[in-house]
Unconditional design. Structure first.
Length: 135
């Protein structure tokens, strides 16, 4: 059983050293699970942070190297993500949420795991689906 599912908002917050994200590192050491989409969403958040001047290009490079390092080691993407799609669609439809948010929630629900997220909408969805959230 997976103890924890992490989403892109928590990964990005950790890599960007955002306030309140320090605890994420402790979870990463233990190992977490996610969907492959998380790596792309996190990279996109890093690019947005660079483009808006929140971080320099050198800092973005360091963050991308860190993301690449933890992929497949501390953060493992589930193999059969397609199996989550139908239930994610139904959850998103039922709760007026996005597929992007619901796929993380469904993974946590199916795994009996808690969800580590910094996304307020995703937290609400997780609670509706009976998934424990770590903010």
């Amino acid at each position: 059983m997976t103890a924890l599912v992490i989403d892109a908002s928590a990964l990005a917050a950790y890599l960007l050293h955002e306030e309140g994200s320090e605890a994420v590192g402790g979870f990463l050491v233990k190992g977490v699970e996610t969907v492959g989409l998380a790596f792309k969403e996190t990279a996109s958040a890093l690019l947005a942070a660079e483009r808006t001047g929140k971080i320099s290009s050198d800092q973005a490079k360091v963050c991308m190297e860190a993301l690449t390092t933890i992929m497949g080691h501390n953060v493992r993407a589930v193999e059969d993500q397609e199996a989550l799609l139908g239930e994610s669609y139904e959850s998103a439809r039922k709760h007026n949420a996005s597929i992007y948010d619901s796929v993380y929630v469904v993974l946590a629900k199916r795994s009996g795991a808690r969800l580590l997220t910094k996304d307020a909408r995703q937290m609400q969805l997780a609670k509706k689906e009976g998934v424990e959230v770590i903010p």
